[in-house]
Design a protein around this ligand. Structure first.
Ligand SMILES: [Zn+2]
Length: 363
């Protein structure tokens, strides 16, 4: 799709503004002048919306932001929800799952995707409320749900159940781990450093020693792509689901227009109302290892909802150990000794995670 950003105008911009208004991020009375014109105020609203949704807050409406805007305008009860291929998505589905979870009918990750776990939970709810157990959310089921779960708590049973079900323990032996080197050149180099180092190549360089170390600790290692191959993010998520891996480690590098920006950050699945306890734990283990053992600046672990984190059915952590746009950090990416140390931090963190050790900051 076309990208819409500050200065864009037309009917699509009016549509974007309308959706921002109904999602509560833009004041309706922003004047005739702004209507259909992507102003500073529209950009601010887009950024706030993106931040709220765990998207990259760049103020530009591309496919991800557009899809989230469409999903944001769906309200529970306004359409039928049922198991469908491709899955139905939207805020109404997230609301449904939140309500089911808060009532104790475990419906899985509160991610706005109507999956088989959601369908089973709907059936259980219907059976318990004397409704026909068909797994379809029509008007009567939606009404019953809204009546019974008037209060929706920010943290629900989902997080609790996920941890009960087993934050993993028992060690890394035999665990199926997918390593995902970000991007893939050609056609997608990712970010490029000041001397021309491509993010996709740097990610491959780090994935190699990391894979060897994980194999040495007896994990089963699978790769999302071969060297020099490219795969869209959605396909990486689909592949991880299809292969039934227990963990995905995705390697990227950070970028900034400011060449001084430096340091390590990790991302796990999280949004306003939910965070994956697994992702949170592992991201913090990795973050701690990179900061403490390599002395990197701590840019912390963050919750996000980009497709790879959202569409996957297992914990996924995106690791960005360095800023490729920082000349000193870019140089480290050609240093095999450094890459081996970084790989050892990540594989050690995975080992701690599979041993069931809590991360700092967990209660
Ligand atoms: Zn990247």
């Amino acid at each position: 799709m076309k990208l819409f950003r500050k200065g864009s105008e037309g009917r699509e911009v009016s549509d974007i503004q309308g959706r921002l208004v109904s999602a509560g991020f833009l004041q309706e009375s922003c004047g005739e002048v702004d209507q259909g014109f992507f102003s500073d105020e529209t950009e601010r609203a887009v950024r706030a919306f993106q931040q709220d949704r765990g998207l990259i807050a760049d103020g530009i409406v591309g496919p991800d932001t557009w899809r989230s805007l469409v999903e944001a305008s769906r309200v529970l009860g306004s359409r039928f929800l049922y198991l469908h291929e491709p899955a139905l998505r939207g805020d109404d589905v997230a609301d449904l799952k939140r309500r089911l979870n808060s009532l104790g009918f475990y419906s899985g990750k509160e991610d706005g995707i109507f999956d088989s776990e959601a369908a089973v939970a709907v059936e259980q709810f219907q059976r318990n409320s004397g409704l026909a157990p068909d797994g379809i959310v029509g008007t009567r089921t939606a009404e019953a749900l809204m009546r019974l779960s008037r209060v929706t708590k920010p943290t629900s049973v989902a997080a609790v159940r996920e941890s009960e079900r087993g934050l993993p323990r028992g060690g890394i032996t035999g665990r199926r781990i997918m390593l995902d080197a970000g991007h893939g050149y050609p056609p997608d180099p990712g970010e490029v450093g000041p001397t021309g180092m491509r993010e996709s190549d740097a990610a491959e360089r780090l994935v190699e020693p990391l894979g060897n170390m994980l194999v040495d600790s007896r994990a089963v290692v699978l790769y999302s792509r071969r060297r020099g191959e490219f795969l869209p993010e959605e396909d990486r998520a689909a592949l991880a689901n299809q292969l039934g891996v227990e963990l995905v480690l995705s390697i990227h590098f950070n970028a900034s227009p400011d060449p001084r920006a430096r340091g390590a950050s990790c991302y796990y699945f999280g949004s306003r109302s939910y965070r994956s306890p697994y992702g949170y734990r592992l991201a913090n283990h990795i973050q701690d290892a990179l900061v403490e053992r390599l002395g990197l600046q701590d840019c912390r672990a963050h919750g996000m909802a980009v497709p790879l984190l959202r569409e996957t059915r297992m914990p996924v952590v995106i690791v960005e150990p360095l800023f490729i746009t920082n000349p000193d950090e870019e140089a480290l990416l050609s240093d095999d000794a450094f890459l081996a140390r970084a790989a050892s931090c990540i594989s050690e963190a995975a080992r701690r995670y599979f041993m069931g050790l809590k991360a700092r900051g967990e209660d």
